[in-house]
Design a protein around this ligand. Structure first.
Ligand code: TXA
Ligand code: MG
Length: 331
């Protein structure tokens, strides 16, 4: 059966629609819903069978932990075993919002959520639809991005429908997601804390608030990956992506492909606008908010290549460059 697609106002979602979706969650079903970052594929985080349904729908390898979403501090006791002062400092400043904190798990959190590990990722999303859904369900909601494993994260309900189809029971369509890339993931079980995935909350703003933050090590990790977000091929379109640090190199490659009669797409930041190119905003937040939508769109055009001019290698572009690098990784 195809999923039920339920339109909702992203600012003031209809309570009946939220109650409907919450009932699906409580019955052990899967609901896709918008957050401020990307669409999530939600299940009741305290129901192991429901959480196994997420892995099946995504084709996600077991052992990749899921982020648990809460509607407020009153739900934290069911998710984490400890809530250190630093977590409170970060939550006071960045919650609700796109920051996931990794902390020791509470006893009632199933292994299916944590990948069998001793920690759990938790965040309170800012999107009214996400908050309203979790509140209506009355349970913490485990939700990875609502895409098949290794594919691009969805920023629109249509992306979810195209990627997961009947594997999801209900999709709340709240329009495009504003931030457009996945949340920042910060591990608070290390000292200093470790940035596991850069995202909309910048490293600089974390450091300013809590002091030193370790960046995850570059290159292939030794031993088990602390976070599947570290796997190189993640968030990737099907069309091969090539990245360029400079405009001249990109133009040379474009000429070469044109001469060979190869169909390709180009993604450029606004200041570098050219004909035949998709142009993205020149600021990191604006660029991020449109990036996956553009990649989904280009991926649907049956092109042989997508050429992307990388934004500058500066801290404010860290999260965007991370996603572009993953989009270009093969295998
Ligand atoms: O913005 C987001 O975070 C979206 C929305 C739906 O909230 N969710 C999302 O989930 O991106 P997912 O599963 O696609 O990515 C979760 C990331 C992965 O890199 C995972 O390894 C990491 O968070 N993660 C979750 N729990 C963890 C844990 N206990 N320890 C280490 N990493 C964890
Ligand atoms: Mg994901």
């Amino acid at each position: 059966m195809p999923p039920r697609l339920v339109p909702v106002d992203p600012r003031a979602p209809d309570l009946a629609a939220l109650a409907d979706a919450a009932a699906v969650l409580r019955a052990g079903g899967l609901v896709a819903f918008p957050t401020e970052t990307v669409y999530g594929l939600g299940a009741n985080a305290l129901d192991p069978a429901a959480v196994r349904g997420i892995y099946a729908a995504k084709g996600r390898p077991p052992g990749n932990p899921l982020i648990v979403h809460v509607a407020g501090p009153e739900m934290l006791g069911r998710v984490v075993a400890e809530w250190p002062p630093m977590a409170q400092t970060l939550a006071d400043r960045f919650w609700p919002g796109p920051l996931t904190l990794v902390l020791p798990r509470a006893a009632g959190v199933p292994d299916e959520v944590t990948g069998g590990g001793t920690t759990v990722g938790v965040r309170m999303p800012a999107h009214p639809v996400a908050l309203g859904l979790i509140r209506a369900a009355g349970v913490p909601v485990a939700a990875p991005s609502a895409n098949r494993s290794t594919e691009l994260s969805p920023t629109r309900a249509g992306h979810v429908l195209a990627g997961l189809g009947e594997r999801v029971d209900l999709i709340l369509d709240g329009g495009p997601t504003p931030d457009g890339i996945e949340s920042t993931v910060l591990d608070l079980t290390t000292d200093p804390p470790t940035l596991l995935r850069p995202g909309p909350i910048s490293l600089a703003s974390l450091v300013k608030l809590i002091g030193p933050v370790r960046r995850r090590p570059e290159g292939p990790a030794a031993g088990p990956l602390p976070s599947p977000g570290l796997m190189p091929r993640h968030y990737a379109p099907r069309t091969p992506v090539e990245l360029f640090e400079g405009r001249a190199a990109l133009d040379r490659r474009a000429d070469e492909l044109r001469r060979a009669g190869t169909a390709f797409g180009m993604v450029l930041p606004g200041s570098a606008a050219g004909p035949d190119a998709v142009v993205l905003p020149d600021d990191p937040a604006g660029y991020a908010s449109r990036l996956y939508d553009v990649l989904h769109e280009l991926d649907g055009r049956s092109l042989s290549r997508i050429l992307i001019l990388l934004p500058p290698d500066t801290d404010d572009w860290f999260a965007v460059r991370d996603r572009l690098t993953r989009a270009a990784a093969r295998g």
